[in-house]
Design a protein around this ligand. Sequence first.
Ligand SMILES: [Zn+2]
Ligand SMILES: [Zn+2]
Length: 577
Amino acid sequence: MTNAEIAAALEELGILYELDGAVKYRVLAYSTAAKAIRESPVSVAELSAQGRATEVPGVGKTLAEKIAALIETGEIPAAVKLKAKFPPTLIEVTRVPGVGPKTARRLFEELEISSMEDLKTAAEGEKIRDVKGLGPKAEENILASLERLGEPGEGPGRLLLSKVKPIAEELAAALREHPAANRVEVAGSVRRWGETCKDIDLIATAEQPAALAEHLAGHPLIAAAGKPGPNGVRAQTHNGISVDLRIVPPAAFGNLLQHFTGSQAHNVQLREEAVGRGLSVSEHGITDTESGDVETCETEQRVYERLGYAYIEPELREGRGELKAAREGKLPDLVELADIKGDLHSHTTLSDGRNSLEEMAEGAQDRGYEYLAITDHSASHGFGDHVTAERLWERIDEVRAWNESSGSRGFRLLAGSEINIGLDGTLDYPDDLVAALDWVVASVHTSFNVSEAQMTERVLAAIENPNVDCIGHLTGRLIGRREPYGVDVEAVAEAAARTGTMIEINGNPNRRDLSDLHARLAAEAGVKIVLNTDAHGVDTLDNMAYAIATARRAWLTASDIANTKNWREFSKLLKQT
Ligand SMILES: [Zn+2]
Ligand SMILES: [Zn+2]
């Protein structure tokens, strides 16, 4: 049983409990554990078999027992019981953004809505507005959500960061320009650079709050908005993203920004630790429980300082040990975009890219890089437009010629290839050609549906190949669309560290592969990590920002990343120099 399947079962149980009226914290425990299991770099089924499931963050004894039962029988007894009480299609209804389990239960009881079809019919028939606590706005939101769910490619309620971030930034910029605004920040998972987000949280201070709220409501990106007021406004963009602008007193800006940046896990741990020291933390301030004195903080720095921590970068706020590190002064000095000296995975029109070699070279120079590897696809990757062996020999000459005429000490192109790893672990070019390349990325593009053991063997074979410099997008996941394929990341990382094979963090926002947790594991195992864009055009060279963000969420510093080095130093890291 995969981590994803176990996570889905626990998530479902959490929803069932909530439908049944369980208290929020109990429900939260299930979704928190489900997330940790889904993100776990090791097989939870295996851990469970060894009686070690409780090693997963958020999994206690009770949950471990439920997981064991699930693996053994395919069902969790508590879920079976509750499923007899609620129609299975009602669970789908709870996942519609704007509905949730509480509302779903009400709709079930009052309007006998038990499926998505029922929900749609009721919303279109204007029946939902009459349910207590809902109203016409809620009905409109539900209709908008249903429309959006019709589009493939996105998990219900979660959108890819790259779809949300540009909108959040445009709205924040528009608010900052308004004369009534003082400070405007994007909070939430967008600020933490999470893989997906549910909505946009904006926190602001303003001279005339109501005027600023009205400005947001009238922005061209906004399709509908509630009533703007001095505390802000809730709105929805044309593509259905909820936007929440909170306008707050300047004296508590730091508290509110910290609170709404999250994550939930980070904030829960922060509050619990504070309680132990006689302090109570909320979005409104920090209360000394003995004296009752409340301190509000203008800045986040002050919030952390007051609680005894060094400032914690938003990317680290996931409840993964950052509070302890911040207390002990052991937070990592995170890598930054300015540290990056080159990009080692890019495509041109020779395979499926949109720009020529010359244009890509110029794009890389514009970004201040010292090197760019051109890595078009090998023959068997399955998208067409592949490069034959004969053509690749020519391409090597073209790259050499470009370096002669246009290169300099400050910038060079590398003749490379992204070579498909065959089912048996072999590469699909002759050895002499592969050896002639400056740089080789080996990736899996075909035959995903093999056992974890077979996939691992396949990748290990590529790692043992002396000509392979780097493994591309190791797990093959497409966020929200394709689950990572089963591969033993620990075994791969061990072999990569031993052989000096690098592993990339692919910065395509659909991939971000290695994930943050896998990247942290790999770096701790001693693997040299490379941040790549896999750009298929000059514009997507900018996806380095997502690779950087993933690395930062993995706690990585510049010294963990190979392509923070200049060419001379970087070339020393190659397996064959
Ligand atoms: Zn690829
Ligand atoms: Zn690629």
